[in-house]
Design a binder for this molecule. Structure first.
Ligand SMILES: Cc1cc2nc3c(=O)[nH]c(=O)nc-3n(C[C@H](O)[C@H](O)[C@H](O)COP(=O)(O)OP(=O)(O)OC[C@H]3O[C@@H](n4cnc5c(N)ncnc54)[C@H](O)[C@@H]3O)c2cc1C
Length: 520
């Protein structure tokens, strides 16, 4: 393989803080035999160019970090797993100037009806300027994010799997399948549920194996629409993992449970896709007819394994997306969760590499994101129970369906699925502290447009505060809007509220906490 070629880019060789030593990290492996401690050509190598890896690469590039993405597959996968982007992910796209492009490729749909597929209207006044679901296939999301990362200067090598690595006190030596060794300061495993990086790191992945198997695909049908609708309605009374829905262009989206379950297959663990014959067999088993399905566009299968990595970081190696957590796809949260991991990690890892990160900043990635994943795992476990055909589970489902007529219950569940209810624990303070701020009009335009460069932002109505020595990392917006009902808000680059107040000393303390020492 050729040596990597780089277009000129900002220098990012500031000294990296020595934040750990080999002796401090249990299980840290010695450098691979033959490692010559070649120069650190890259700051970060990312294993995997799925949605998580592509988003992370783009976020790092915003800060001039030298990024190489190694992707096992030569071409992006073509099957359409994902229902779409939920509100928080749509907001992230708006915060990076990607929303118009994403909207061109997706269809807006109501944000409700995703918790265990219980169909309820969206509560009024959801706290977002982007309160809808954006139906967009996963391959399109990956293509857009990969293109965005490349446009920002990330290098992506396809057909190049990570097979081994070793870390030392200065960096990581990463070995690809063709035997090439590459050096970087950090390695991030965004390599999916069967993550090679996680396994090599020896990080445990406890949880439950799959108990069910479901086929999912897109195909044409021979049966008349009325016949299909009647059967789906009849079976759907009790079996929530079964549907045939018109998808546009004459195709149907087909989901059908496999009789007898999965026998322990993990999500994504069974690499080989099902055949059209498998679909016909399972459709006949549940509906007594295969609806004359033919001409498949893509066919896939999934299980309900639920697992969470014991830790997200080990020295210079981190995990994000499915490599850190897997769960059943009910509610359509996995891709969203991974992209949001990347958004949380990107600016922190960049700060570490640029040399201004406070000592504990990088560890806040796990402290903030692992509890969010735990929560998602739990809500998918709950949803899977509500999909069960057992009489007890069906009774609980009927009860929850009634309870969701209360606006507060419905709102609570939608805020979970769409991730706009997340509040990171930044210590005691007003309810807004730790939450993300919705996109609002400010005198200078839209708030999210002002976050595009991935910097911090002080929204200041006091006329006396300043960002002082942090102005190279934090923008200051004076007198932004009357809509803000607090004197001043400090936003992190991911749009979460890091401080609220009006006292300069208190602000300086919080600027130090999140953005390190001020420049001289
Ligand atoms: C049927 C189904 C439906 C789903 N529906 C939804 C939905 O509606 N909404 C939602 O949010 N999520 C959904 N998901 C989940 C979603 O698809 C995943 O959560 C998402 O793909 C995770 O993204 P990722 O980038 O972390 O991992 P992946 O998408 O798995 O990407 C990992 C990448 O790493 C590459 N790779 C693997 N090993 C290596 C290696 N050793 N070296 C280099 N590269 C490697 C892979 O080729 C791949 O490109 C669904 C999943 C399934 C199975």
């Amino acid at each position: 393989m050729n040596s990597p070629k780089f277009t000129p880019e900002p220098a990012s060789n500031d000294p990296v803080e020595r934040d750990f030593s080999v002796g401090d990290v249990p299980g840290l492996r010695a450098p691979a035999a033959g490692t010559d401690r070649a120069p650190l050509v890259f700051d970060v190598i990312i294993a995997g160019c799925g949605p998580t890896g592509a988003m992370l690469a783009a976020e790092l590039r915003l800060h001039g970090v030298r990024v190489l993405v190694l992707e096992k597959e030569t071409e992006p996968v073509s099957f359409v797993r994902v229902v779409g982007l939920h509100i928080r992910s749509i907001e992230l796209m708006a915060m990076r100037g990607l929303l118009d492009r994403i909207l061109e490729h997706g269809r807006r749909r109501p944000a409700g009806g995703f918790f265990a597929a219980i169909n309820k209207p969206v509560p009024k006044n959801l706290d977002s300027a982007h309160a809808y679901l954006l139906g967009i296939p996963q391959p399109v999301i990956v293509e857009l994010l990969e293109g965005h990362a490349i446009a920002l200067g990330a290098q992506v090598r396809r057909g190049c799997a990570v097979v081994d690595f070793a870390q030392d006190e200065e960096g990581v030596t990463v070995e690809s399948a063709d035997g090439e060794r590459l050096r970087s300061r950090y390695l991030v495993g965004c390599d999916g549920g069967r993550s090679t990086v996680r396994k090599l790191l020896g990080v445990g992945f406890p949880g439950e194996p799959s108990r069910t198997e479901t086929l999912m695909g897109e195909m044409e049908v021979g049966a008349p629409p009325e016949e299909i609708a009647a059967k789906v309605a009849e079976i759907g009374e009790t079996e929530k993992r079964f549907w045939l829905r018109p998808f546009g262009g004459g195709a149907y989206s087909v989901v059908v449970p496999v009789a007898g379950g999965a026998g322990g297959a993990e999500v994504g663990e069974r690499a080989e896709p099902p055949t059209l014959e498998d679909f016909k067999e399972q459709l006949r088993a549940i509906a007594g007819t295969d609806f004359g399905v033919h001409s498949p566009r893509w066919l896939s299968r999934f299980g309900d394994a639920t697992r969470l990595a014991e830790r997200y970081r080990d020295g210079r190696v981190l995990l994000a997306g499915d490599s850190a957590h897997i769960h059943p796809p009910t509610g359509g949260q996995g891709l969203n969760l991974g992209v949001q991991d990347a958004f949380n990690l990107g600016w922190k890892l960049a700060a570490q590499i640029r040399g201004w990160a406070p000592e504990t900043l990088l560890d806040t990635y796990q402290a903030e994101r692992r509890p969010v994943a735990e929560e998602v795992l739990d809500n998918t476990r709950a949803q899977m129970e509500l999909h069960s055909t057992e009489p007890g589970a069906q009774a609980v489902r009927r009860l929850l369906t009634e309870l969701m007529d209360f606006d507060e219950v419905n709102r609570h569940l939608i805020e979970k699925i769409t991730a706009i209810g997340i509040r990171y624990d930044f210590g005691a303070g007003p309810d807004l502290l730790g939450r993300r701020l919705r996109d609002i009009d400010v005198k200078q335009g839209r708030l999210y447009d002002l976050l595009r460069r991935g910097r911090g932002l002080l929204l200041d109505r006091t006329e006396h505060l300043t960002v002082g020595g942090w102005s190279d990392r934090v923008d200051h917006l004076a007198d932004p809007t009357a809509a803000l009902d607090v004197p001043c808000v400090l936003l992190r680059p991911d749009g979460h509220v890091a401080w609220i107040g009006d006292d300069q000393q208190d602000l300086d303390d919080h600027l130090s906490r999140w953005f390190g020492r001020p420049a001289d």
